[in-house]
Design a protein around this ligand. Structure first.
Ligand SMILES: [Zn+2]
Length: 258
């Protein structure tokens, strides 16, 4: 792996604008199971109903009762999210942002771990489980700060119905996040893919767009994925193994420049 890390570090320091796209594989080492693939939650339990958003729209109070007192699988998921802490790979990625090497993180994860690790520029495509969002104006507030004395809770700005910021099946990606992802992808001349096969849209479109702009793709992950063939450079290792080594290799190059 070391040679692949050194080469990846050479690429990163030579690029103008690096964006990192992360998926479920990023968080596995923090104890959060992926949804798809081996060991995946949907693989074990079957795909959830695809009309979750329609059910929220039809009965927002019922949606909130389930959110406040989740049962079964959803309770397990919530407890796992609450127990999860950033691992060394998350911390290394935050360090790469502080160094000005990684400009933005786009993540498919809802677990808040990039922010907890210290990343500031984070676009959460599928939302963040610690937040709630108004479906009308998009205002977000902390889940703890939502007044649930009458259901569904309403937005303090516009009186729209609030829901969890987590994007459910059938729900459109929030416009503000979608715009940030498009802007960042348009600017990127390099994209690091960590723990994602970029299989699910819209994330699947981002690396393809970077390639169209003659950008460079670096994949970090333990296994061959659907997108490996498109990548210019591959580091075979987990996020918690590879990202700290990559951060060190980048740091030594930046030190030499000074
Ligand atoms: Zn609102």
């Amino acid at each position: 792996m070391n040679e692949a890390i050194e080469r990846a570090a050479d690429i990163l320091v030579s690029r103008r604008y690096v964006v990192c796209l992360t998926g479920a594989g990023m968080s596995v080492e923090s104890g959060i199971r992926p949804f798809r693939g081996p060991g995946g939650i949907w693989t074990e339990h079957g795909e959830p109903p695809l009309d979750d958003y329609g059910r929220f729209v039809d009965d927002p109070a019922g949606y909130w009762r389930n959110l406040i007192e989740p049962s079964g699988l959803y309770r397990d998921l919530y407890l796992a999210l609450q127990a999860a802490r950033p691992h060394q790979g998350h911390l290394a990625l935050a360090d790469l942002e502080r160094r000005g090497v990684v400009r933005h993180v786009i993540t498919q994860n809802i677990d808040d771990l990039h922010r907890q690790a210290g990343n500031v520029n984070v676009a959460e495509i599928h939302g963040n489980y610690t937040l709630c969002r108004c479906v009308v104006c998009g205002t977000r507030i902390g889940r703890q700060d939502v007044d649930t004395s009458s259901l569904p809770p309403r937005c303090a700005e516009c009186f729209g119905v609030m829901k969890s910021d987590v994007v459910v099946f059938g729900e459109p990606i929030p416009q503000d996040v979608g715009s940030i992802c498009a802007e960042q992808t348009d600017m990127a001349d390099c994209m690091i893919l960590v723990g994602t096969s970029a299989y699910v849209y819209p994330a699947a479109g981002f690396p393809r767009r970077v390639k169209e702009q003659s950008g460079v793709l670096i994949e970090i992950g333990p296994h061959l994925t659907d997108i490996s063939g498109m990548c210019d450079h591959v580091v075979r290792g987990t996020a918690a193994e590879a990202l700290p080594l990559l951060n060190d290799a980048v740091a030594s190059r930046l030190d030499r420049r000074e």
